[in-house]
Design a binder for this molecule. Structure first.
Ligand code: SGN
Ligand code: CA
Length: 542
């Protein structure tokens, strides 16, 4: 009794002091919590709230509900369309050249630098991250972290924590969701607001769905994008010479799960060898029958590509079903625990993805499908339900937005802008009129040329500088980006204006001069036997 009394007294005193502190610091007593659910490679084309050709066949009810309750951003643009770099930009509020993480391969995030979780924590927030991290060094700025090593595994994943490694049995999206709920139930300090990052591995390649969804979409015939059979006419060499087509780059075993044809080491090590006998049985049962029918059909040419598209897309969408469930479960948890009213719930992905547009999968290009990423946010009593915003916003803005939501000062070196004004329906008058992009990983996976560019909501200027090719697209007359207008005299004025925009963006964001890379290194990579098999030989650098 006495004990209880004194602990209540202590609690009351703590709350009193915190209230005083927060008021003195200009915070309201009830600073909002933040739940930031983040997935990997989730294209807007695969969220039914965004519409598009898949919206009827592949519904995402929980994400759609989030959009109904909050705001859906139709033009959230990434600074660099690739995993680690996107995450580093989100944490630091800075472009890749300033946060030091411009390519996935061989880079470690400098975890000593300033990040929004560190600032929130310093301001009294309890911070946690669960799921994919993919930044090399250990997470900093979190009271609690449990992350997947590297890319992580779909089945029976390992986790890295501050206390050492752990291993779980089950499907990664469900495990990450469970861990998030578990943290909320058992480790949350009720005297503090919290910021929880729930970061899914799905729907990343090789698109391994949960057992329960292995047969979803079996009977569907998914619509194909108009550009599935793109011949890259009318554009530069970068679109033609990549290594990311469904036709040539996807392999039968790893990507398309036809074990009978091609049992690749990546499928074995990353998926099959990790499974319990029961999981493996269910997997082989589901794919076995479908693969048999495929092998008997002996498809070739366009029919084979059409089949590959269906298999790829169905697996991708099956993975998303679990991500959508996760959003629903987390929302339900907040509601059941009286946390919904005071929690800002944000959903996004590290970048968009090609779902067969231009014949591609993967990302990296500044072309629309991988440049634009989903962003949906609900904030009861602040965001008007069902709002849709088409301003040029970016993952560069996330850090400042989270800090602003918490009432924390934004360091001047952050390069984005808070979205809170837009969320309140009051876009700041000086909102950006164009957005700057820069991709750096070449040579590398999928062989997308390095490029930078600017987009003003209508025109997109791109510079593939190592091959010295400029491209200009008019997104109003050519939303599918099929015709490079850079050398069309009718666009001369636009080209000149966009060059001016690019020059001033480079100054504004403190871009160093571009150094063209030596082709020696590039050719070594390009001529690797794997890539040579798929692509026509590249002319030598002499
Ligand atoms: C893996 C994938 C690539 C993908 C990169 C980067 N190959 O290497 O297709 O582009 O990750 O993705 S896989 O066969 O191993 O899946 S990122 O999202 O981490 O940037
Ligand atoms: Ca990614």
């Amino acid at each position: 009794m006495i004990l209880m009394y004194s602990s209540n007294l202590k609690r009351a005193a703590t709350i009193g002091i915190s209230l005083l502190l927060f008021t003195a610091a200009g915070f309201s007593a009830k600073r909002p919590n933040i739940v930031f659910v983040f997935s990997d490679d989730h294209a807007t084309q695969a969220i039914s709230a965004y519409g598009g050709i898949l919206a009827e066949a592949a519904r995402t009810p929980h994400l759609d509900k989030l959009a109904e309750e909050g705001m859906r951003f139709t033009r959230c643009l990434v600074t660099n369309s690739i995993c680690g770099p996107s995450r580093a930009t989100i944490l630091t509020g800075k472009y890749s050249h300033l946060n030091g993480f411009s390519v996935n391969e061989g880079t470690e995030f400098d975890s000593a630098q300033q990040t929004f979780p560190k600032l929130l924590r310093k301001a009294g927030y309890q911070t946690a991250i669960i799921g994919k991290w993919h930044l090399g060094s250990d997470p900093t700025g979190f009271d609690h972290w449990e992350v997947l090593p590297g890319q992580g595994s779909y089945y029976n994943p390992d986790f890295k924590t501050s206390k050492g490694a752990t291993h779980e049995t089950g499907y990664v999206t469900e495990i990450v969701t469970e861990k998030a709920k578990d943290w909320l139930s058992n480790q949350r300090d009720e005297d503090k607001p919290f910021m929880l990052m729930v970061q899914h591995k799905a729907p990343h390649r090789q698109w391994a769905p949960a057992i329960k969804y292995l047969n979803a979409f079996d009977d569907a015939d998914l619509p194909e994008p108009d550009t599935l059979f793109d011949d890259y006419e009318g554009r530069g060499s970068a679109a033609r010479d990549q290594d990311m087509t469904i036709d040539k780059t996807m392999d039968m075993g790893n990507d398309l799960k036809v074990e009978q044809l091609d049992i690749t080491q990546r499928l074995t090590t990353n998926v099959l060898d990790r499974m319990t006998p029961e999981q493996k049985r269910a997997w082989r049962k589901a794919y076995g029958a479908k693969n048999k029918a495929f092998l008997e059909a002996k498809l070739e040419g366009d029919d084979l590509l059409r089949w590959k598209y269906q298999r790829y897309l169905k697996d991708y969408l099956r993975c998303i079903k679990s991500v959508d469930d996760s959003v629903g479960e987390l929302k339900a948890y907040l509601k059941e625990n009286d946390l919904e009213e005071n929690t800002v719930f944000v959903y996004s992905s590290d970048q968009g993805f090609y779902l067969g547009e231009h014949g591609w999968f993967d990302k990296r290009f500044m072309f629309d499908e991988s440049y634009r990423t989903p962003l949906i946010a609900s904030w009861p009593e602040v965001i008007k339900p069902g709002s849709v915003n088409s301003d040029l916003v970016s993952n560069l803005d996330f850090a400042e937005t989270f800090l602003d939501i918490a009432g924390v000062d934004v360091p001047s070196e952050m390069q984005g802008a808070s979205l809170v004004g837009i969320m309140k329906g009051k876009r700041p008058s000086d909102w950006r009129a164009s957005h700057y992009y820069h991709y750096y990983e070449y040579p590398g996976w999928h062989m997308v040329q390095r490029h930078e560019g600017v987009y003003d909501g209508r025109y997109k200027l791109m510079n593939f500088y190592d091959v010295e090719e400029w491209e200009l697209y008019d997104m109003q007359t050519d939303p599918k980006e099929m015709k490079n207008q850079y050398n069309n005299p009718e666009y001369a004025e636009v080209v000149a204006t966009m060059h001016g925009v690019l020059d001033s963006s480079r100054k504004q964001y403190q871009l160093p001069e571009i150094e063209k890379q030596s082709l020696e290194n590039v050719n070594m990579w390009y001529h690797s036997t794997e890539i040579m098999k798929r692509l026509s030989p590249k002319p030598s650098s002499e």
